[in-house]
Design a protein around this ligand. Structure first.
Ligand code: SF4
Ligand SMILES: [Zn+2]
Length: 567
């Protein structure tokens, strides 16, 4: 089948090798050298329509078993029972639900999202309802999900859709990209799942699946790898839909894309369960892993056939130790309890068959040819039978299985660990005794930037990188509060103690939060004056009020530490 370039100028630019010719190579490149040309990465899945079909059927059965409130049947515009107006209303709502669910699912588990999603849709069933909501209500409905900027962006985007798009999310990815907070991934999800368009999507899970299917040992954040993965995702979804130039809509793009996400989150995980994978037949990395267990090395003739000019520029060298460690770990995980790791390794001779490291196999086992049939038969057994068969020669098969899984888990190449900068701050919890009990001063953060619009206790950022003494921090916080409360004499503010440290990790920053507690003994008028100038940005709350305020996660942890002291 010839797939024509029907996309924008950007589409397919990165992965020209995919279209160089139609000769998908099914030959496996052999570790550890992995000498291969760039067209090795043309997906085997492209030509295997049987696997494409069975993969869609696999997703259908999973979707039936793992129901989620946002997983619904596709709304077909050609359904004879559809009144056009009703259909458009239903489609607009469906697109809105897909959008909300995708934003909530970013960096959050499905089980956590479900009650939030249900509550959200009940409160604001349409884009218009969300656009009309108050910002505080929106933040309150998000409370506990974390990354509050997602809620603010959803809210602002709903207002934009009502203002500029007649309250309806558009269906084409390029139009969705014009909406605040919608990136390429979310655009692909809405376009394919709700509107049935052959639009690709790529998240961390799908990137991992595709890197393994294609045998790419590169970093998914490397621009050239990322571009290729987008092009492959695009090519695959179009191919599976049998779309060429005319792009009729159908339920296939949504099922296909959701299937890839499901596979990446449940089976092709960082430590994959390849024996349960519906895409095993087309997986380059799985085949490479098997070749290791067979000690199948490239012949000189095979190496000669590699065209140096076309050598792959996407893959980085394999770290042999990393592969071996992953194999040992996989073997440890599958061994039955009661056998220690070292005993287990001794008995079964867990080792890599990678040729460049000395074998750890017992002498009697070295050089023995391993049978692919044994391994394949074992891999296809249900878990219970694997365990019961274990005493009978299955240990060797387990060991091979661990080697394959260990090999697969080394793909894609891991990102180097980032060192995040550290920052320190002082969180000042100021309490005031009144006839109605204790009250605490909180303030709202600016509406833009980090933790936008959330509430916090007055906080002072420590500019020094040095480790300060407790006394120096105390002095610093007193000066900070005196500047904040100009007009309140110093003797009304007493330091009551330092209540520990909370470390909060953002993706770009490690924040050390020192908690200082103060008592303020001022009259009602002064207390009110502290909040009156910027009334909407500061307020006194009782304990319950602080419990219910939309504090950031780090602030909430500071509050919990102090609150525990009162009970
Ligand atoms: S690595 Fe394993 S789980 Fe992932 S796609 Fe390949 S065979 Fe499937
Ligand atoms: Zn490569």
């Amino acid at each position: 089948m010839t797939v024509r370039n029907t996309g924008s100028a950007k589409t397919y630019k990165a992965a020209t090798f995919l279209f160089r010719d139609d000769s998908t190579t099914s030959q496996t490149c052999k570790p550890p050298a992995r000498l291969h040309n760039i067209n090795y990465h043309r997906p085997l899945l492209l030509k295997d329509s049987a696997t494409q079909t069975s993969f869609l059927a696999w997703f259908d059965s999973i979707a039936k078993d793992r129901q989620m409130p946002w997983r619904k049947a596709w709304l077909s515009p050609t359904s004879p029972s559809n009144d056009e107006e009703d259909f458009n209303v239903a489609l607009a709502k469906r697109a809105y639900e897909v959008w909300v669910s995708e934003i909530m699912l970013q960096q959050t588990r499905v089980s956590v999202v479900i009650p939030y999603f249900n509550n959200w849709i009940e409160k604001w069933p349409t884009v218009e309802d969300l656009a009309a909501a108050q910002q505080n209500e929106v933040l309150a409905a998000w409370k506990g999900l974390g990354y509050y900027s997602r809620a603010t962006r959803l809210h602002e985007a709903a207002q934009q859709i009502v203002r500029d798009m007649e309250g309806v999310l558009p269906g084409a990815p390029e139009d969705l990209l014009k909406i605040k907070g919608i990136g390429r991934y979310t655009a692909g999800a809405i376009s394919s799942i709700a509107f049935g368009k052959a639009a690709p999507l790529l998240d961390g899970n799908v990137s991992r699946v595709l890197c393994r299917q294609l045998g790419i040992h590169g970093r998914v954040k490397d621009k050239k790898v990322e571009d290729v993965l987008w092009d492959v995702a695009d090519l695959l979804v179009r191919t599976v839909c049998k779309h060429d130039e005319a792009l009729p809509t159908s339920d296939i793009p949504g099922r296909w894309n959701q299937g890839l996400m499901e596979l990446g989150s449940t089976i092709c995980t960082p430590k994959p369960r390849c024996d349960e994978c519906p895409l095993q037949a087309t997986c380059h990395v799985y085949a490479e892993g098997l070749s290791i267990t067979l000690q199948d090395r490239p012949t000189a003739r095979e190496e000669e056939l590699i065209d140096i000019e076309d050598l792959c520029h996407l893959c980085e060298p394999l770290e042999l130790e990393e592969v071996e460690d992953a194999a040992e770990e996989a073997f440890e995980e599958q061994k039955p309890s009661g056998i220690s790791g070292s005993q287990s390794r001794k008995r079964s001779g867990t080792s890599s068959a990678l040729p460049s490291r000395p074998s750890k196999l017992p002498k009697s086992e070295q050089g023995r040819q391993r049978s692919l049939r044994d391994f394949a038969a074992f891999a296809s057994l249900p878990k219970s039978e694997k365990t019961s068969l274990r005493p009978k020669a299955s240990r060797e098969a387990e060991q091979r299985h661990a080697q394959v899984v260990g090999y697969c888990s080394s793909f894609p190449r891991r990102e180097p660990k980032k060192t995040v900068p550290e920052e320190q701050c002082i969180v000042c919890i100021i309490k005031r005794k009144t006839a109605n009990g204790l009250h605490f001063l909180v303030e709202q953060r600016p509406s833009k930037g980090l933790l936008a619009s959330l509430w916090q206790f007055p906080t002072h950022t420590i500019q020094s990188k040095l480790e300060l003494t407790g006394g120096a921090r105390r002095q610093m916080s007193l000066e900070f509060l005196q500047s904040l409360f100009a007009g309140v004499s110093g003797d009304k503010l007493q330091f009551s103690g330092e209540k520990g440290l909370v470390t909060h990790i953002f993706s770009h920053l490690k924040l050390q939060m020192h908690i200082h507690v103060f008592n303020i003994t001022c009259e009602q008028e002064i207390a009110e004056a502290l909040t009156s100038e910027i009334q909407s940005a500061r307020m006194w709350l009782d304990e319950e009020g602080v419990d219910n305020a939309t504090l950031s996660t780090g602030m909430k942890r500071c509050w919990e530490k102090v609150r525990a002291g009162y009970h």
